[in-house]
Design a binder for this molecule. Structure first.
Ligand code: GUN
Ligand code: ZN
Length: 439
């Protein structure tokens, strides 16, 4: 059988360890390989060779992108597929935003045609922003989860998703019940969990929209089915936190509601985690659950500033997420630029190394997927994104003045977005190319 062999020439950037909160020049784990060939065989990374020394033979299909930047595809650990319908909606904080914009929009996805078209648009949009893996909320409707998972499967993407569970405090047409939700979840798990590159996530919208019985059902399935993920929201907004305290007076904290239901483990992904205390941070560390930090959403909805370094100091894991449509861009570059600004407000300086690690290797490790994605190591699946260093005259001007690698990468991260993306590969297949960005 002939092997497919692809060699891509570019500046390679990935991580071998967490750069932490060290200064740019002192950060460990940064693997910077300017002008190298990345070798991909049958969809897997074989290795990398310096372009000055190595020339691929005729058995290689080559693409010469010298002067561009090649990274592992980004991992967005929290995003809502139906919310492209409400991204950039004016004037509300979380609970009003849900009632005014989000719930009405999600209702439309009961229709399989709307759900199908929505999933296709969303998945193509992820890829055209350089994101190859995501942990995704569709809607409460089974058809919407089905459309999302089948669309990701057809594209060969590494995706984690599940039908949203919500059986109270939501409008008619957007609620399930414990029996129906368990039936739908089981059928979706049977069809999609472990199919191709997909994993299923028990998807509790947030504590206020699930009865204790529904939370218990989700916990039961988590114990029963190996490898299931769990995704939800926690401690995003102060009014939300107060509401959870009223609804669950027996719980020590918002996070404890999920813990009592058996929902916290190393495959649990909880968005936001802004209004947590020391005991919560310890609970995250003890259970291995991760916070999907969503800086763009937290700024846009006025939710608060996430204490990322404090979470990590307590032993908790933190990954990066767009949280569209609370967040205002699917671009992980914009997300990271916002993460820098959130930490700047707290007097902390986030390097480009730390930020990019959190959206690649760090997220892969936190999801238990670093054997497959998140770096350019040999043996990893070739999920890749190729970037122009600068788009437009201001970014080009700034790029031209950068002297050190971190200075250049930080300017790219801060000024860049999807317009910088030249191409995306999923398992070695070019799945997105920007017109005019040929080698
Ligand atoms: N909490 C419950 N649902 C949502 C949602 O859709 N987006 C955000 N940002 N927070 C939530
Ligand atoms: Zn969210």
């Amino acid at each position: 059988m002939t092997r497919s062999r692809l060699a891509l020439r570019a500046d390679l950037l990935d991580f071998t360890a967490d750069p932490g909160w060290s200064a740019p020049d002192a950060a460990p784990g940064v693997r910077w390989r300017p002008d190298h060939w990345l070798l991909v065989e049958d969809g897997k990374i074989l290795g990398a060779e310096p372009a000055g020394v190595f020339t691929p033979g005729p058995e290689w299909q080559t693409e010469d992108h010298r002067g561009r930047l090649l990274l592992p595809g980004f991992i967005d650990t929290h995003v809502h597929s139906p919310q492209l319908d409400v991204i950039a909606s004016f004037g509300t904080e979380l609970l009003d935003w849900l009632n005014t914009y989000t719930f009405p929009a999600e209702l439309r996805h009961a229709d399989p045609v709307v759900a199908g078209q929505g999933a296709e648009t969303f998945l193509d949009a992820l890829l055209s922003h350089g994101t190859t893996t995501a942990v995704v909320f569709p809607t409460v409707h089974r058809t919407s989860a089905d459309a999302l998972l089948s669309g990701a499967h057809r594209r060969g993407m590494r995706l984690i998703a599940g039908k949203v569970l919500m059986d109270r405090h939501a409008p008619d047409g957007l609620r399930d019940d414990v029996v129906g939700a368990e039936r739908d979840s089981r059928e979706l798990i049977r069809q999609w969990h472990g199919t191709g590159r997909l994993s299923y996530a028990m998807t509790v919208r947030f504590a206020p929209t699930s009865t204790p019985e529904q939370l218990a059902m989700a916990g039961r399935l988590m114990r029963e089915v190996p490898g299931l993920y769990m995704q939800t929201h926690v401690a995003e907004n102060r009014a939300e936190v107060a509401w959870v305290a009223e609804l669950f007076p027996e719980a020590r904290s918002y996070l404890d509601v999920y813990h009592r239901a058996g929902l916290l483990n190393e495959r649990a992904v909880l968005a936001h985690g802004i209004w947590l205390d020391d005991a919560d941070r310890q609970l995250l560390a003890d259970t291995g659950a991760q916070i999907a930090h969503s800086p763009s959403s937290n700024l846009f909805l006025g939710s608060g500033l996430c204490a990322w370094p404090e979470l990590e100091a307590a032993g908790a894991r933190v990954t990066l997420a767009s949280d569209v449509g609370g967040g205002t861009s699917l671009s992980m570059l914009r997300t990271l630029a916002d993460a820098y600004k959130v930490q700047a407000m707290r007097g902390v300086k986030l390097t480009a190394w730390k930020a990019l690690h959190g959206a690649t290797l760090g997220a892969a490790q936190a999801l238990g997927l670093d054997h497959e994605i998140g770096s350019l190591d040999a043996g990893r699946t070739a999920d890749l994104a190729l970037w122009d260093w600068a788009h437009g005259p201001v970014a080009q001007h700034r790029d031209g003045r950068a002297r050190k690698v971190h200075e250049r990468v930080f300017a790219w991260m801060t000024l860049g977005d999807e317009r910088n993306l030249a191409a995306t590969w999923v398992a070695g297949h070019a799945i997105f190319r920007r017109p005019g960005a040929e080698p």
